[in-house]
Design a binder for this molecule. Structure first.
Ligand SMILES: [Zn+2]
Length: 336
């Protein structure tokens, strides 16, 4: 094992003690797209003891341009991202405990998900879940690393409870949908998330080994123009999260449908369902459309529409951004 990590143990910032600390650490990566796959592959290779990866999505061809852990076989095998990531990473480093969790991270499950974590890493594409991570981080005093990338640019910042300003100090509210650019509207080239994911990984290593030189600024990059900037972020007086009011965690802004960034699709949640029997659902849906399923998800096509249903009752309705249409299809075929 020492040989596996010899090149980073020689590096003075890590050393043998740092390597031991990495091995005793548990991190949770929320979102496994371009950022999440870079972070996950780097931390598993670096020998972080336990890596949990939570993601709600399945893999499509347009993901392969930048989501480094996935390949064409994963798509053919109909694997959710969290499961494909777990399978690949266990082959990379069998001494790391890797756990892929297929779920929509929301206020009902995030506290269970982060139990025992030393650090939370952001591989997300949406602000709602980031606000939730920020709440849970400050409430449980677990540091988290914000990161986002789109087009040719990206940004990252460490949020250390009690030491740095929080995410809501500089992003007080969730941007109104339609105003924030998405991968659908702005596109993305792989170096932007690769660099942001690598910066997040570096900060993660520093935080986990207890290094003193932790970044305390907002770092912004644009790989196309070659610009790198750093900004001082001040604590915002009246910031609800800093005052201990965890509005996102309390479900004040809870949603049942949401458009998914980068794929023209809508996710529908159904808190009333605990577990779906794919066998029973197939029997009832095959009368009206095409159905196929494996243990992870069920595909259903009807009237030119397509949806994917997960065992927890969650569905992703493809080829639409219309949330009421998606909700309607869900009620019609799966149940209200
Ligand atoms: Zn704050």
């Amino acid at each position: 094992m020492i040989d596996r990590y010899s090149r980073q143990i020689i590096f003075p910032g890590i050393g043998e003690e740092g390597q031991r600390r990495l091995g005793n650490s548990c991190v949770v990566i929320i979102g496994c797209g371009a950022l999440g796959t870079i972070i996950a592959t780097s931390l598993v290779r670096a020998g972080v003891g336990k890596v949990k990866i939570a993601d709600r999505d399945f893999i499509e061809y347009h993901n392969l341009q930048r989501q480094v852990l996935f390949d064409e076989d994963d798509i053919k095998n109909g694997l959710p991202k969290a499961i494909a990531a777990e399978q690949h990473l266990k082959r990379v480093n069998s001494s790391v405990e890797v756990e892929g969790i297929v779920t929509d991270v929301n206020f009902t499950n995030i506290e269970r998900l982060i139990t025992g974590a030393d650090l939370i890493l952001d591989g997300l594409d949406n602000f709602e879940t980031r606000m939730l991570i920020n709440d849970v981080s400050l409430k449980h005093k677990i540091p988290w690393i914000y990161g986002g990338a789109i087009s040719s640019y990206g940004m990252t910042m460490n949020i250390i409870p009690g030491e740095t300003p929080c995410f809501r100090c500089f992003q007080p509210a969730v941007p109104t949908s339609g105003f924030a650019p998405t991968c659908d509207t702005a596109g993305v080239i792989s170096p932007a998330p690769f660099i942001i994911g690598s910066l997040e990984t570096t900060e993660a290593m520093k935080i986990l080994v207890g290094a003193k030189e932790i970044n305390r600024q907002l770092i912004c990059i644009d790989v196309w123009s070659g610009r790198f900037d750093r900004f001082e972020i001040a604590p915002r007086p009246g910031c609800p999260t800093c005052l201990g009011r965890y509005e996102f965690l309390e479900g004040k802004f809870g949603v049942r449908t949401s458009s998914l960034c980068g794929q023209n699709a809508v996710q529908v949640l159904n808190p009333e369902i605990e577990r779906v029997s794919f066998k029973e659902l197939e029997a009832h849906l095959k009368v009206v459309g095409d159905v196929s399923y494996n243990e992870f998800m069920l595909h259903f096509k009807v009237d030119g529409r397509e949806m994917v249903i997960f065992p927890d009752g969650r569905a992703i309705v493809k080829n639409t951004a219309d949330e009421s249409l998606a909700r309607g299809l869900y009620s019609k075929y799966i149940g209200a």
